[in-house]
Design a protein around this ligand. Structure first.
Ligand SMILES: [Mn+2]
Length: 239
């Protein structure tokens, strides 16, 4: 359906208030739009459980129009809460990456995140339509199936030149457009532009580190980017 608006957000990391403000700024309408979340909903931030509750309700309401792509943080949690011979190592990796914050966010709401493993397990590693492909971190080949899971959720390459890719994971000060390693441009917020056919748009602007939360809306072959200020001060870079 070409008339459907697509709203893309990423790297919420428990930034619930910013998520709500950003969706409002993007005129998000859960009854009609498609929502794509590029992963990393948990760990690091202030309201991890609230983000979970909000997205779970939206998914219940919107069904297939709500696409929650998996990030490396969801993957670390899923590995750490699954019975396996490597459980200890997985848990160590997750805790090194702020997993404890998520564990306690759920305990504070009288839950264990492991209760919701099945819900997180449904998250796909990528999403694709005829105009673009979405993955949490990056891709090397424009066919998502030809990339390893490691590349899709942990990769940091920016030399991608295939079919338009929308990503998060690596925080930049402003949203950036890459098309080959020597071509990078800042995306101006609040202005409609023509959707590029190739290259990569990086949308993570480090909200949980005190910068901004950025999202994108696509209508047909046009797109616009908007952002809101972070309310997180504890992780702000010191001068
Ligand atoms: Mn990530």
């Amino acid at each position: 359906m070409q008339s459907e608006r697509v709203v893309i957000i990423t790297d919420l990391h428990g930034c619930y208030e910013e998520c709500r403000s950003l969706l409002e700024k993007l005129d998000f309408d859960s009854t009609r739009d498609r929502l794509i979340n590029l992963g990393d909903t948990i760990d690091r931030g202030p309201k991890i459980y609230e983000v979970f509750g909000f997205l779970r309700n939206l998914k219940g309401e919107m069904g297939d129009r709500c696409v929650l792509v998996r990030g490396n943080h969801e993957q670390m949690m899923l590995d750490a809460t699954k019975d396996s011979p490597n459980k200890r190592n997985y848990k160590e990796l997750w805790y090194m990456n702020s997993g404890e914050k998520t564990v306690y966010a759920f305990i504070n709401h009288k839950h264990k995140i492991a209760e919701f493993r099945d819900w997180y397990e449904q998250m796909p590693y990528y999403y694709e339509d005829d105009r673009f492909v979405c993955a949490h971190a990056c891709m090397k080949d424009e066919d998502p199936e030809k990339n390893t899971v490691e590349t899709l959720i942990w990769g940091r390459d920016t030399d991608y030149t295939g079919k338009l890719l929308l990503t998060g994971h690596t925080p930049y000060k402003v949203p950036l457009y890459f098309c080959g390693s020597d071509s990078v441009g800042e995306i101006t917020e609040g202005m409609w532009g023509r959707l590029p056919g190739k290259g990569m748009i990086a949308l993570d602007t480090g909200c949980v580190f005190g910068n901004r939360l950025t999202g994108m809306v696509i209508e047909g072959d046009r797109f616009k980017v908007e952002s809101v200020e972070s309310t997180v001060i504890s992780n702000r870079l010191r001068r």
